[in-house]
Ligand binder design. Structure first.
Ligand SMILES: [Zn+2]
Length: 324
């Protein structure tokens, strides 16, 4: 049994800053356990969902924007048992690991020294984490070294598309996955350069033809609308089962009793919501993350008058040369 748990489904700066939804990334459990794109709150929500960060085997970061990397250093400290045990793998784009194109690195030299292995990947590179073969996939994003991840798990292919615009090449490398996870910042009819909207996601799903498509990394405009309806529209247009992820949602599939949890796993068995595809059964469940926030919108904040500290503001209160 392979399981994917959404520790947050917010994407983009305003949905993240306001915590309209959580932003803790995705946790993939097979024979090994990896945490993908751990944004703000990833550590807290891993514990809240009963996922032990001390047992994480790999931390994977697609690019150098804080909604994707924010909690990585504390998660490295957990993975390496406080830095006392050389274990685990850190994988990231060149911008995350080395720093590139005026961004990054996201991880300090000290934290980069803690894991057993560290890999700075570009599209096409492959790395094996235990049984999990991981291939970096291309992206077109405003962090130019952004990558996605395509995992070959014990129960099939999981393809994760990080922030990107839609291109035929990117669709090709993610084609025919069992589970396709798409970062969809904008709803239908809206456009943000180097990100996908629901319109793009529909085209992606239509051509990539996964067994199940999941929308996540939802921006403020997507969240002000109805993400569930957006997913239903994609399903109607493509005939491919499509769902919009929720905070605390888990998707598990593969043979019952194999891999993490088995039959007695409490999170997976809370509430079966949907099963699709005759040959492959996906079980989608949701466990409310304790202490979930009420959605809040940033308009009020943005409308507030700017706090004008004045041109001569000085922390010491002393005059500087501008006054001379
Ligand atoms: Zn980004």
């Amino acid at each position: 049994m392979v399981r994917l748990t959404f520790l947050g489904t917010a994407g983009g700066r305003f949905a993240t800053i306001t915590q309209m939804r959580y932003s803790g990334g995705i946790y993939l459990e097979d024979d090994v356990r990896v945490h993908i794109d751990p944004g703000p709150g990833a550590l807290r929500n891993a514990w809240a969902m009963g996922l032990d960060p001390f047992r994480t085997d790999g931390i994977l970061i697609s690019h150098c924007h804080p909604d994707h990397y924010n909690d990585a250093e504390v998660l490295i400290e957990a993975m390496t048992r406080g830095g006392w045990e050389k274990r685990g793998i850190l994988v990231g784009s060149h911008s995350v690991i080395d720093g590139k194109s005026d961004v990054g690195p996201a991880i300090s030299r000290y934290h980069s020294s803690l894991p057993q292995n560290i890999f700075s990947l570009e599209a096409g590179d492959k790395v094996r984490i235990g049984n999990l073969l991981t291939e970096a996939t291309p992206s077109v994003h405003n962090d130019p070294s952004t990558i996605g991840f395509r995992f070959t798990t014990s129960a099939g292919i999981v393809s994760y598309v990080s922030d990107t615009e839609l291109t035929p090449d990117i669709i090709d490398v993610h084609a025919s996955a069992d589970l396709l996870v798409l970062s969809v910042v904008q709803p239908r009819g809206r456009f943000l350069p180097t990100h996908m909207s629901t319109d793009d996601a529909m085209e992606f799903v239509k051509w990539a033809r996964p067994k199940l498509a999941v929308l996540t990394h939802l921006g403020i405009n997507a969240l002000k609308g109805d993400p569930k309806k957006e997913a239903e529209w994609i399903e109607e247009e493509t005939g491919i089962p499509t769902i919009s992820a929720l905070d605390g949602m888990s998707i598990s599939w593969g043979k019952e009793g194999e891999g993490p949890g088995g039959r007695s796993d409490p999170i997976r068995r809370i509430r079966g919501e949907r099963a699709v595809d005759g040959e492959r059964l996906f079980v989608v469940t949701r466990s409310k993350i304790p202490g979930s926030f009420e959605p809040r919108f940033p308009e009020d904040v943005l409308k507030r008058p700017k706090l004008d500290l004045g041109p001569d503001f000085d922390i010491d209160g002393s005059d500087d040369e501008k006054d001379d």
